[in-house]
Design a protein around this ligand. Structure first.
Ligand code: CUA
Length: 321
């Protein structure tokens, strides 16, 4: 018995994703609260229906068949077996659909486009001054509604920040929308919730919810081009190795549209789409031993880079703040 209770408790903890960052019951988002309410009401609805059905079965078992009660029995089956369940489940369905409308709103205080790539996230803030492009980290102001316009490059992904609200599919050639209103500051985990190929389980991102003033400052800095000194030895290596064919660093001639924008790479908390801490050691290994850190991705490894050239490149990248 003790073992069974332990197993059950373990299962409950696993279901609630108890690491906190991914907990949909963390109370971090208005839309997550809506989903939580839906869950609780549906659970209560299910419990009521289950109790009624099991109760009726037990009651029937204790009774003998009685020819005089045929009419009563038929009425009971019609009302209890068809009319009541249809009304109850229909009401839950209608209510659930109105909630769906709430979280797929088409406007927000801020609009962010997110593009699902294999296996990372292209993030574009729409601002009055133009688009601000970043990757793999989304920062949001607390207390405001952000409208996410979602799409995908070539396969279907699913955008999910459990602590903030429900998930939404990202479909190539189509745009889906999702509104999120964070109510608690913190770094909430985001992930891809649809199997999309080799590195699906390593397709994550940070969602950093900030005070509005700090967010405005961050976005303003993010919109600036990179500060790269003429003749920077690390940038020379970057260009020599052809990194600029895939990666863009705004303010320089590197304008590759394929991989993540690196303009302010070193300000991000993590490397490799939410997987590794952004440290010089990790960046160095990422360049030389890419597929050991994240299998199947398009970026080729550069194992021939070592010594002073690798050091200069990593030093340059870690200065992209
Ligand atoms: Cu993208 Cu799973």
């Amino acid at each position: 018995m003790g073992r069974r209770i332990a197993l059950f408790t373990g299962l409950l903890l696993a279901l609630s994703a108890c690491d906190g960052r991914h907990n949909w019951m963390a109370g971090a988002g208005a839309e997550a609260a809506t989903v939580e309410r839906l869950f609780i009401v549906l659970m209560i609805g299910a419990a009521v229906i289950w109790t009624a059905v099991v109760g009726a079965a037990v009651y029937a078992h204790t009774r003998r068949a009685h020819p005089n009660r045929e009419r009563e029995a038929r009425l009971f089956v019609i009302w209890g077996g068809a009319v009541l369940p249809t009304l109850l489940i229909g009401a839950l369905l209608v209510w659930g659909l109105t909630i769906l409308r709430d979280i797929t709103a088409d406007e927000g205080d801020l609009t962010v486009r997110v593009d699902g790539e294999r296996w990372w996230w292209r993030v574009i803030y729409e601002t009055p001054g133009g688009d601000v492009v970043t990757a793999n980290e989304i920062r949001l102001p607390v207390g405001s509604t952000t409208l996410f316009r979602l799409t995908a490059d070539d396969v279907i992904h699913s955008f999910w920040v459990p602590a903030l609200g429900g998930k939404m599919d990202m479909i190539p050639g189509r745009e889906t929308t999702l509104a999120l209103t964070p109510v608690k500051t913190g770094n909430w985990g985001g992930l891809c919730a649809e199997f999309c190929g080799g590195a699906h389980a390593l397709m994550r991102f940070d969602t950093v919810v900030m005070e509005p003033a700090a967010f405005d400052l961050w976005l303003e800095q993010e919109a600036q081009p990179a500060q790269v000194a003429a003749g920077d030895p690390g940038f020379e290596v970057f260009l020599d190795e052809g990194c600029g064919a895939c990666h863009a660093i705004r303010g320089t001639e590197a304008a590759g549209p394929v991989g993540p924008d690196l303009t302010h790479m070193a300000r991000r908390e993590r490397l490799g789409a939410g997987i590794y801490d952004m440290t010089a050691a990790n960046v160095s290994r990422w360049i030389t031993d890419t597929h050991a850190m994240k299998p199947d991705i398009d970026m080729p490894p550069y194992p021939h880079l070592d010594g002073a050239r690798l050091e200069a490149l990593v030093d340059f990248l870690m200065r992209l703040e």
